[in-house]
Structure formats: C-alpha cells, structure tokens
Design a protein around this ligand. Structure first.
Ligand SMILES: [Zn+2]
Length: 327
C-alpha cells in the first residue's frame, strides 16, 4: 500500500514555517509556529494549566457504571430545565392523561416506586415525584423521565413491555438516564461541540461538512454511549428491585419487531445505527446478555430469592421499601 512519507511535505512546511509579513508600523512578524510558542510560552502554559485545573475540578462519576465525565451543569439548572419541560408536556397532553385511580397508572407507580427505592434517589425527600400515563393512540411507544422526578409513560409502550418485568426494564432505563444526569452531561458538552464546530469550519469552510463531522463523530457516539450506560444502570437497578433481568432481552426483541413492522408500514427503512441516537436493538440485546451475570449478582445481593419465597428471617437487615412520597 502506498504511504505518503513526511519528507514529501517538507518543502511545503518549510515554505509556510518561515514566511513573514509586515504590519502597518513596519515591524516584521514571523508566522513560524515555533517562534509563536517561544514568544508566548508563559501565556500558553498558563492557559493549559487553567484548562486542566478547570476540567479536573469539574469531573464527575456516573453512579453504578462509575464512568468519569465532564459536568458543568449544576443540579439547580437541571431541575429548572426539568420543571420547564414538565409544564410543556402537561399542557400538550393534558387531554390524554389517565386519572390517578386508573389501573395502569397504579401499576406504573408501583413499579416505579420499587425501582426508586433501590436507585441513587432512594431516601432523597427533596424530589417531588410525579408519574403520568399518556393515553394517546397516535403517539409512538415511548417513556421518559425529566429532571426533578417527572415520569411520563405512553400507553402505546405497555403492550411492548408486556409483564411487570418488561415494564420495569423500560422504567429503570429511563430512571437511569436521570440517575446518571445525562441531560446535564449533554449540556456540559455543548461548549466543546461549539469549539469543534468553529475549528472545523475554519478548516473546511463548509457548514454542512462541519455539522456532519460534529454530529457523526462527537454527538451521536456520545448519545449512544449514554444510551448503553442507561441500559446497564437500568438492568442493575431492576435486578436490585428483584425483577427478572432476562425479560430485558425479550423487551428489546419486541421493540425490534415493532421497529421493523413500523418501518415496513411506513415504506421506509430504519436508519443505520451510526446515524441513530439509540443503539440498534440487536446491539442492546448482545450487551444485556454480556451483563446478565452482574445482574444476577445484584439480585443475589438483594436477597431476591428469599423475598420471592416470602421467607424473611428477622436477623436479615431488610426493611420494606420506604415511602419516598411518590404517591
Ligand atoms: Zn434512553
């Protein structure tokens, strides 16, 4: 294979490196990058030290997965954004909200509460949890949790979830996004994307190429990484809450079938994984199979078999899930 050698570009570099120009006051300025570094090394060193100190003091670990990431957004801003989003969703779907006494609302609340009790939110009385089921037949199957404990489930996802273990899979995935503060993490990366955009634009001069690079090389992989992390954290949380982690595989199989069927109905094709914000369902299933041993360990540590059998000796340090004010 032909490989370009560095010496082939030397004449070009030499030509650029030693060029000079005259300013209006007739002083000669060299564009040699080595001269620039030599003349400004103190400022550059200060900038590098400042940036490193800033990044190090704003690093944060995601719960359960322990992934290290940059976090610039505080809890208060996150709560504020969650509150705004909540008002918007309520005003959009107020005609379709099922009442609190509806059996499906009670079911979602019961399962959500059991997962919250084993999540990083357990015991946090400052969160005003609200759970809503939206009965809109036209809406695509979905569920989401907004910062500040606002849970929305579209009734169209319930048949895909199937049993309680399946619903726990979806709810724990959504709660995992909140536990890992993925909204705040995405917002923290916005300045980095902007800087990358500016640098790329100055090189390519093309806005389209620039947004394609930033989206496909930075934003989409970051989004897929957070989705995969939510799958992992969710699987561990649902296992701690004594749901069956095997059911997670069946949920994503049903989700894949639904995606394929709807793509067929719409005459379109599912976007390939590298252009999608979510990992392909087959990738998800492979990951979950890989994580199942950890999920079984989480169930064992939570003494789920003893709880299921209804056998709870008094010396076990277990107490019924406490009410966190969800209902
Ligand atoms: Zn997700």
């Amino acid at each position: 294979m032909f490989r370009p050698r560095f010496f082939m570009f030397r004449p070009l570099l030499r030509q650029r490196a030693y060029s000079t120009y005259k300013t209006f006051d007739n002083t000669t300025v060299s564009t040699n990058p080595y001269n620039f570094i030599l003349n400004h090394w103190k400022g550059l060193a200060l900038l590098a030290a400042g940036t490193t100190a800033f990044v190090v003091t704003h690093l944060d670990r995601a719960p359960i997965s322990n992934r290290l990431r940059l976090m610039l957004i505080g809890h208060k801003i996150e709560q504020f954004i969650g509150g705004q989003g909540y008002d918007e969703v309520i005003s959009e779907y107020k005609h379709a909200l099922l009442p609190d006494h509806h059996p499906q609302v009670k079911r979602v609340k019961r399962i959500m509460k059991s997962i919250i009790d084993v999540s990083p939110f357990a015991g946090d009385d400052s969160i005003d949890w609200r759970v809503h089921v939206i009965n809109d037949p036209k809406a695509s199957p979905n569920a989401f949790v907004l910062p500040g404990g606002k849970v929305f489930v579209f009734s169209s996802i319930l048949p895909i979830c199937g049993n309680d273990d399946g619903l726990a899979t979806v709810l724990s995935h959504e709660l995992a996004h909140q536990a890992a503060r993925h909204t705040a993490e995405s917002m923290s990366k916005a300045p980095l994307y902007l800087a990358a955009s500016i640098i790329l634009y100055s090189i390519t001069g093309s806005r389209m190429l620039n947004s394609l690079f930033v989206n496909s090389l930075l934003k989409l992989p970051a989004s897929r990484e957070m989705e995969t992390e939510a799958d992992f954290i969710g699987l561990i949380m649902m296992s701690r809450a004594c749901y069956n982690p095997d059911e997670a595989i069946h949920v994503w199989e049903r989700m894949a079938n639904f995606e394929n069927t709807s793509a067929g109905i719409m005459g379109g094709r599912r976007p390939p994984e590298f252009l999608s914000t979510h990992p392909a369902s087959t990738r998800r299933i492979d990951n979950i199979r890989k994580w199942l041993p950890e999920a079984y360990d989480a169930r064992t540590s939570a003494r789920c078999d003893e709880r299921v059998a209804g056998y709870m000796p008094s010396f076990l340090e277990w107490s019924p899930p406490r009410d966190v004010g969800l209902f």
